[in-house]
Design a protein around this ligand. Structure first.
Ligand SMILES: [Zn+2]
Ligand SMILES: [Zn+2]
Length: 168
């Protein structure tokens, strides 16, 4: 081999080694755009950009500490935890509270002729609030769908918060 060929070979090997080092470093950098942190173990993202759920290696979703999958899972979990199982007697109690509220409402607003509950059970029941669908019959129109919002007090009694027309 002449000297020229050796020089070229050494040069090529040198360039390959540099490329390999650059690639190795680059491969260890968080894949989140603009982030220079090293990847967290087993993840393509750094500690700052990785979902904080135990053992999850996915990227955080925008505005959250969790990836899209865990954002959804958490929402489902909270919804389950918040769901209220109402007994028949509790539902009766809610209906009594609603009747008291609507009787009062009709006394104050004489254009309301009746408030009819749609269905025998609440349309939704969570610790944060219970809703009942209803139809409000008024002197000007007889089909006004509305929602009655009820909350459970800390002593277990129920209180109507408001009645809101659905399309207003
Ligand atoms: Zn990062
Ligand atoms: Zn996750």
């Amino acid at each position: 081999m002449d000297k020229k060929k050796i020089k070229i070979s050494v040069g090529i090997i040198g360039i390959l080694v540099v490329l390999l080092i650059i690639f190795a470093v680059y491969d260890n950098i968080c894949e989140f755009g603009g982030c220079d942190n090293f990847k967290s173990k087993g993840s393509n993202y750094c500690e700052d950009h990785k979902c904080i759920a135990d053992g999850c290696t996915a990227k955080k979703s925008p505005g959250s500490n969790y990836c899209y999958y865990h954002v959804e899972e958490n929402a489902k979990k909270y919804e389950e935890e918040d769901r209220l199982e109402l007994s028949d007697s509790q539902i009766e109690e809610i209906k009594r509270a609603i009747k008291e509220y609507t009787d009062n409402l009709m006394e104050k607003q004489d254009n309301i002729l009746a408030v009819n509950l749609l269905g025998d059970v609440p349309s939704s029941a969570y610790k944060t609030g219970i809703t009942f669908n209803c139809n409000v019959v008024r002197t000007d129109s007889d089909t006004n769908l509305a929602t009655i919002y009820i909350v459970m007090n800390s002593d277990g009694s129920f209180k109507v918060q408001s009645l809101m027309y659905d399309n207003q």
